[in-house]
Design a protein around this ligand. Sequence first.
Ligand SMILES: Nc1nc2c(ncn2[C@@H]2O[C@H](COP(=O)(O)OP(=O)(O)OP(=O)(O)O)[C@@H](O)[C@H]2O)c(=O)[nH]1
Ligand SMILES: [Mg+2]
Length: 400
Amino acid sequence: MVETPKGNRLHIGIFGRVNSGKSSLLNALTGQELAVVSEVPGTTTDPVKKAVELRGIGPCLLIDTAGFEDEGELGALRLDKTKAAASEADMALLVVSATEKPGEDTPEMRWLKIFRRRSTPVILVLSKTDLDAPLTWQAKSWQKLTGLKPVLVSAQGRQGLGELIEQINRLRPENYDLEDITGSLTKAGDQVLLVMPQDIEAPKGRLILPQVQTIRHLLDKGCLVNCCKTSKMKAMLAALKEPPALIITDSQAFKQVEELCPKESRLTSFSVLFAGLKGDLPFFVASAQKLSTLDHTARILIAEACTHQPLHEDIGRVKLPRLLRKKLGEEISIEVVGGKDFPADLSTYDLIIHCGGCMFNRKYMLSRVKAAKEQGVPMTNYGVAIAALLGILDKVSLPE
Ligand SMILES: Nc1nc2c(ncn2[C@@H]2O[C@H](COP(=O)(O)OP(=O)(O)OP(=O)(O)O)[C@@H](O)[C@H]2O)c(=O)[nH]1
Ligand SMILES: [Mg+2]
């Protein structure tokens, strides 16, 4: 039997305070006593990784971690390992015991921010629900604080595990392996250069998912793939015999890369390519071009799939409004909606800007596109709108 390579397994990290029931959850999910459980806080010291085939999920790698809030020098070392596990996780189960009080100033809230910064999907698990605790109130309080509806689980009573598996399936990052990410922009044998700034947002020791998926896609397509950081682009171009057919970079590095881009090469960005995977790219681009016709009287709807609490430098609530106000004027009207709250009447808006929709499937995104089209309202998405606001959209090559 050929083993599923580790890299192709869904990496599910289990995080939470010491003694919150993380190891017990791993055992309950697998139905085996794989991790040591005890009432002594700090039982798990190093991340425990188990490659398992979970019923209803498929091949995954479960990562049990040392709890947060560990004291002492050893604690700092453990914390580093937990952080490394966090950057490896495709999704995170954030476990909070029903015996703990919800609150803004809790380790869970701090870790949630870390996961969100990395765009890691999080499932909040309220554990030990067999114990005497005001569960309904607890669940509501956590939901209010995090925007996430907790899944109620008792590892001991084996309750709530089915619901948890359902949530994992609903939130698991979509596998784009079969999608033609670069579409008409590449063909077998083409030389493609990826210029990838590795900034502080990039997880330590890893590439972010869109970069990994793009590389895999190009390899499968039979392209000749080269990668470098922005600072090495000049040296890379000099080392190549011919200019690459396509150069792909990040929106933030676009201007710099464009200056060095040979005239024979086409240029595009990761966010625009991924914008095209979910949604209607030609419509999104045409709609974003409307930005140049709007002024200070504009009414803009920003729609987010997630219902999470606004974070500092959140794209939908901070970055995008800032760019929009800078371009159109401080007094423009911006309305932000989250989750499934999408107004039925869109006719009062001049433009809709939707998030990438990683929480929605393509079908659902397209139903919103259809509603916008039917009401004659332009709709674009974050990646395309940002490219337009930065003045680079007309320089981006688009796949057909
Ligand atoms: N009643 C009840 N107790 C539980 C449940 N899950 C875990 N416990 C108990 O909680 C204690 C801690 O459980 P662990 O699974 O070791 O917790 P952990 O989060 O891995 O702890 P550390 O590794 O120390 O960070 C143990 O005494 C478990 O028996 C549950 O569903 N119900
Ligand atoms: Mg443990």
